[in-house]
Write a protein of this length. Structure first.
Length: 368
């Protein structure tokens, strides 16, 4: 798999890995970090200018991979503070979601608590749908300049294809969405039909003008026990809509579709493959999405990213080496890029993380 006589650019290397072709080394990328992790690492010697995933990627020297998207014009809700105390604010944001957020000076978790969502039934969906202008796409002001730049790229470029379940969950909330599959199936179909048209409208100029290397998807529709909806509902309500987008992409040369979903994706993999989605990340090992087992079960048709158990980085050098050795046959087989199986948590010390990077780079053929 690794042929050190080759000298490939990042774009070629990324695509060849997923075609099971020799590369000079496996792409060196990572999934990212929780903000608390970087703040903790500042006390352990990490430079303080490293404040987010972008600056961390630059500091650690990872390879570039970009995803671009177009926006469909949306008439935003008025941002409004509904209630406030010393620590929190209850707000309605510009997407119509009502949530409790912590104020910046409280040093508490930044994860909001959701109170209400804009779509509840047919009437609220029709109102929400009317906020979109599907006849137009919001181009960046410097689009022509970007087109020229991206056409000369030496790194992999993706187009954001969004998703369905994850998108609808943000409109309805998880509980209401799951109920609606049973109580108002035609409403779900109408929402997903609208979503297909929205996605195709948004990706068309990117696909036709830039010929991206892959499509990026996001669902987060599994937990450690498996999918959040039944396989029957997934096959009926989601597979046909995926296919309309993946068929469009395939017709324009985009064959690599990367799905980002946490949790145990095992049961959904064959249905995603049927839908034209063939690559999966971050492969959370402790949640049941071990990349070694997924490859054994579904074969080389399944392409994978991630799968380095984050708890090994917490435990220390011995366990890091054992985890990487466990993944070595999969790395050598191809169709796989190893990285931590989600964002690196603050339990991981900077020392352990640097040890992991060194050992991983030795394994994937990166010389430092």
């Amino acid at each position: 798999m690794i042929d050190r006589t080759l000298d490939l650019d990042m774009r070629t290397r990324f695509l060849r890995v997923f075609k099971y072709e020799p590369v000079d080394h496996i792409p060196d990328i990572e999934f990212g970090y929780w903000p608390q992790t970087l703040r903790k690492w500042h006390k352990e010697g990490l430079p303080r200018w490293i404040i987010d995933n972008e600056t961390a990627d630059r500091y650690f020297g990872f390879e570039i991979r970009r995803v671009i998207s177009m926006r469909i014009p949306f008439r935003k809700f008025e941002y409004k503070v509904l209630k406030e105390d010393e620590r929190t604010m209850t707000v309605r944001d510009e997407t119509g979601i009502v949530k409790v957020v912590f104020k910046e000076n409280t040093n508490l978790s930044s994860i909001p608590r959701y109170i209400d969502f804009p779509v509840k039934d047919w009437n609220t969906w029709e109102d929400y749908k009317d906020r979109f202008d599907l006849e137009n796409v919001e181009y960046p002001e410097n689009w022509n300049e970007l087109v020229d730049k991206y056409r000369e790229r030496e790194y992999p470029l993706g187009v954001s294809a969004g998703g369905f379940f994850g998108w609808a969950r943000e409109l309805m909330g998880l509980r209401q969405l799951c109920k609606t599959f049973y109580k108002e199936p035609e409403l779900i179909k109408d929402m997903f039909e609208f979503r297909v048209n929205m996605v195709l409208r948004a990706i068309e100029p990117i696909v036709k003008q830039l010929k991206p290397d892959f499509a990026s998807w996001w669902e987060d529709m599994c937990w450690k026990g498996g999918p959040l909806i039944s396989l029957k509902h997934f096959k009926e309500f989601m597979v046909p809509y995926y296919k309309r987008i993946t068929n469009f992409l395939k017709d324009h040369g985009v064959w690599l579709n990367i799905m980002d979903s946490d949790g145990n994706i095992d049961l959904l993999v064959p249905l995603w493959l049927e839908a034209g989605i063939n690559c999966f990340l971050p492969c959370e090992v402790r949640a049941g999405a071990d990349p070694v087992l997924l490859r054994e079960k579904y074969g080389k048709e399944v392409l994978l990213m991630g799968g380095v158990d984050k708890t090994a980085l917490i435990a220390g050098p011995k366990y890091i080496e054992e985890e990487l050795n466990r993944l070595k046959p999969l790395i050598e087989e191809g169709g796989y890029i190893p990285h931590v199986d989600h964002r690196v948590p603050p339990d991981v010390t900077l020392k352990n993380y640097l040890y992991y990077l060194k050992k991983k780079r030795d394994l994937i053929g990166v010389t430092t």
